[in-house]
Write a protein that binds this ligand. Structure first.
Ligand SMILES: Cc1cc2nc3c(=O)[nH]c(=O)nc-3n(C[C@H](O)[C@H](O)[C@H](O)COP(=O)(O)OP(=O)(O)OC[C@H]3O[C@@H](n4cnc5c(N)ncnc54)[C@H](O)[C@@H]3O)c2cc1C
Length: 358
């Protein structure tokens, strides 16, 4: 039996390890498009602060971990998937056949439609590669403009402050963390970070970025700011574009049932890319935090093994945790339940819609 996992983040790695425990003789292929040892994005802020080195972000520390477990690692992007023929196609043109498939491709940052967003000195804060670029530019005294004051934007503020940069935040919502926090909490976070020297512009859009050193950033309030580094933190969406035409149903994420199985028997999804069924609320939800990715991966993997053995699904997802805890420059805030302004997925929504979150 051949189990293929697309995505070598936390969900993909945990799924591969779980399958190996259950099925010592099956073939497992873990495909990821980043040229890194599998790592945890949530460790990036600690890397930026300097508390850990790159190796500290790696999910498993032994250099031979995957080899030892006989997990074939393939570094490539998956371009397309065909459920009818149980085939995936890689970006180098090779195709691979599977008996079960796990889609664990996570999310991609949304690129805001701003002229100049691809200029040198503009970066996301999503990958290890982004972190390296940020560390090169975020030197003491450097002017850093952060586009977006959502979840990721707030998480990395501590690290930027620790690097001694002059930080300005531009958020088009009327408050900080607008999806996660109401006006009172959003206002408290704003006052807290302003007292620590961060300049905050809410209700303001970045209209254009002019390339150069420094970059010139035009705002909708009529001002133009100079920046040595612009960090684009405008939200994320499930990385599922390659599934178009695959026969796998997608809403905001890949639609799954309580076993993490998609509409196609034998094909599963887990993690940030999955729209998972939450027994508690009776709804399907994309809840892009690592504990959800880990639990969904475990449940999906157990069911992949059952499917390969011709058995009924053995594991159920009990719920999707809708909790977020945020540390913004030392102020700890938390939100539970439905996020304000979060769109609820429904079967009537057209597939593949982007998700503007964080
Ligand atoms: C700066 C930062 C801080 C965070 N802090 C926290 C936190 O404090 N707590 C928390 O719970 N969560 C946090 N998160 C979110 C957390 O990192 C994600 O929920 C988690 O990474 C989800 O794991 P995943 O395996 O589903 O996806 P990912 O970690 O995104 O892994 C998916 C992998 O699949 C690859 N891939 C995508 N498309 C393809 C393709 N077509 N072919 C091959 N490979 C592909 C991607 O490149 C990636 O390597 C943070 C994220 C960031 C960026």
């Amino acid at each position: 039996m051949h189990h293929i996992i697309i995505g070598a983040g936390p969900a993909g790695v945990i799924a591969a390890e779980t399958i190996r425990k259950q099925a010592p003789r099956d073939e497992i292929t873990l495909i990821g498009d980043e040229k890194e040892a599998p790592y945890s994005r949530m460790a990036i802020p600690y890397l930026l602060v300097g508390n850990i080195q790159e190796q500290g972000t790696h999910l498993r520390k032994s250099a031979t971990h995957y080899e030892d477990l006989r997990i074939n690692r393939v570094i490539a992007g998956v371009k397309s998937a065909q459920s009818a023929t149980k085939t995936i196609v890689l970006d180098d043109g090779k195709s691979l056949k599977f008996d079960t498939l796990l889609i664990a491709t996570g999310s991609h940052p949304i690129k805001p439609p701003v002229p100049g967003i691809d200029a040198e000195g503009v970066h996301n804060c999503w990958t290890l590669e982004d972190a390296r670029s940020i560390m090169k530019l975020a030197k003491p005294g450097a002017k850093v403009l952060q586009l977006g004051a959502g979840f990721i934007g707030c998480i990395i503020m501590e690290a930027l402050a620790a690097r001694g940069v002059e930080l300005s935040v531009v958020e088009m919502g009327d408050r900080m963390v607008p999806r996660m926090m109401g006006p009172t909490a959003g206002g408290m976070i704003r006052e807290w970070v302003q007292a620590k020297g961060v300049k905050v512009h809410t209700g303001t859009k970045v209209e254009a970025i002019t390339p150069g050193k420094p970059l010139k950033v035009k705002l909708s309030n009529g001002t133009t700011m100079e920046a040595d580094l612009v960090i684009s933190a405008a939200g994320v969406r499930p990385a599922i574009g390659f599934l178009e035409g695959s026969g796998i149903t997608c809403l905001l994420g890949v639609l799954t049932d309580e076993h993490l199985q998609t509409n196609v028997p034998g094909i599963f999804a887990a993690g940030d890319c999955a729209e998972a069924f939450d027994k508690v609320s009776g709804k399907t939800i994309v809840s892009a935090i690592q504990p959800n990715a880990a639990e969904q991966a475990r449940v999906a993997a157990l069911n992949m093994v059952s499917h390969a053995r011709g058995l009924k699904a053995q594991a159920n997802l009990r719920g999707v945790t809708q909790i977020n805890v945020l540390d913004t420059l030392g102020m700890i805030s938390t939100s539970f339940g439905d996020w304000q302004g979060a769109r609820v997925a429904s079967m009537w929504k057209s597939p593949m819609q982007p998700r503007a979150d964080t």
